[in-house]
Ligand binder design. Structure first.
Ligand code: ZN
Length: 449
């Protein structure tokens, strides 16, 4: 039986974050070998961040293996220390292991090239593609999962969609402290070369335990959990929300927006037929999973290279700026200064740029941690600390540090515009210099004033 194909000798993948990724079942090896999973090697984990932190070139392939390894390690700990046979309803049922590991490995399988930007322009949805890749009978992933049983693909999909009945399994893959986040924080910190995202994973795995309604952490490890929350907060503030990375993402949004416009209303369908045929279903808004799986970072980058030589000045200029790392500049916009934005856009237009393609206002916000709020439909599973007597207490009630950032969205709202607007003007005043001077009067200490 395929279900029983545990490997006599485990296979290992060398990994800079976890040292070894240990594969102990044929199912996991077969999933890794599918073409849909191998495709993740060609999709970078971080979008614009690698233009700020050049080491951040790692892929969704290595992250997915890392999430699998975290889940495997936790399953090992649960089955050794807290088996259901000993702990009853507060214990771990190890027959859940393979569905958990498959879900961990496949949780990001629906991500595509430049996912978040691509979704913004073409309205694709990586979560829907994840479910489809797992459930469609035409994928190699589905064929492998089917070998475990006819209902196994549906079980794996339901873990990722958080509808699986066992909350321990769901929370291990998706909660405020899960196998996914514990990998990407460490991996992104390692590859970007920053020191913010590190926390003591070994300590956390020593104090993690199952209980009836999910996953908890023993009270003696509370500070390791606290450190993880603070690390996550710092990664968002320092890496994920970095203004230069966001400025590069903004260029990409505008580049794809221009392509979509030229294809549909600009009479340039021939350009895309000739240079970028795999993008056409998305430009048209009529695509399916198989169109999606044909795209990756390499394919899109080749298209951008072609576009950089096109006669359309906006398309070629944005493509060149993206390829050659010429990000837009930005300033913070506070609510009370919002009324100035149309004026700022007008200055950019007067300078000679199309404001629709060279300016944007965009927010980056994140909730570092929150406790469960019953009336909020988007409420999060809170982090539970287990006291010596077995009672549970929510993390922020124990940690003043976590309490300080609980329920508080952090981030900022920025107005992006061409760097040329900030250039120094010297010598004779002409019309353009006059416009930049007016623009610059509203910029002070990186803020719109
Ligand atoms: Zn992930």
């Amino acid at each position: 039986m395929y279900k029983d194909k545990w490997l006599a000798n485990e296979k290992v993948f060398r990994d800079p974050v976890h040292n070894y990724i240990q594969i102990t079942h044929q199912l996991i090896l077969d999933l890794i070998d599918t073409k849909e999973f191998q495709r993740l090697r060609r999709i970078k984990q971080l979008g614009g961040s690698s233009y700020t932190f050049h080491g951040g070139e790692h892929t969704r392939f290595s992250h997915s293996l890392g999430v699998y390894e975290n889940a495997r390690h936790i399953c090992d700990i649960f089955s050794r220390k807290y088996p259901i046979e000993k702990e009853g309803e507060n214990g771990w049922d190890d027959s859940e292991r393979l569905v958990t590991l498959a879900a961990a490995l496949l949780h990001d399988i629906g991500h595509g090239a430049y996912s978040h930007t691509f979704e913004q322009i073409f309205h694709t949805n990586h979560e829907e593609f994840t479910a489809e890749i797992i459930l469609s009978e035409k994928t190699e992933i589905n064929a492998v999962l089917q070998k475990m049983g006819i209902d196994f693909p549906q079980k794996v999909a339901s873990v990722i969609q958080k509808t699986y009945p066992n909350p321990q399994v769901v929370q291990m893959i998706s909660s405020q402290i899960d196998a996914d986040r514990m990998d990407y924080l460490l991996r992104d910190a390692y590859f970007t070369g920053t020191q913010y995202g590190f926390f003591d994973l070994t300590r956390i795995t020593r104090v993690i335990r199952p209980y009836k309604d999910g996953i908890a952490f023993l009270s003696q490890g509370m500070h390791a959990v606290e450190d993880y929350i603070v690390s996550r907060y710092q990664m968002y503030m320092q890496i994920y929300f970095h203004p230069t990375s966001r400025a590069m993402d903004v260029l990409l949004v505008h580049l794809l927006k221009r392509a979509k416009f030229l294809y549909n209303a600009g009479g340039r369908a021939d350009l895309f037929l000739a240079t970028s045929p795999r993008l056409i279903p998305f430009l048209k808004g009529d695509y399916n999973l198989y169109d999606y799986l044909k795209l990756d970072d390499g394919v899109l980058n080749t298209y951008f290279s072609e576009w950089s030589e096109d006669v359309d000045e906006i398309l070629s200029d944005l493509a060149k700026r993206y390829r050659n790392r010429k990000p837009l500049s930005s300033i913070i916009v506070k609510d009370e200064k919002e009324h100035l934005l149309p004026t700022m856009r007008r200055f950019v237009e007067e300078f000679g740029y199309n404001a629709d393609y060279y300016t944007i206002t965009s927010s980056s916000m994140n909730l570092p941690y929150d406790f469960y709020r019953p009336n909020d439909t988007h409420s999060l599973t809170q982090i539970e600390i287990m006291r010596k007597d077995g009672t549970l207490v929510e993390l922020s009630t124990l940690s003043p540090l976590v309490r300080a950032i609980t329920g508080e969205s952090v981030g900022d709202r920025r107005f992006f515009f061409p760097k040329e607007m900030l250039q120094k003007t010297d010598g004779q005043l002409d019309l353009l210099e006059d416009v930049t001077l007016k623009f610059q009067k509203h910029v002070h200490n990186g803020e719109l004033v």
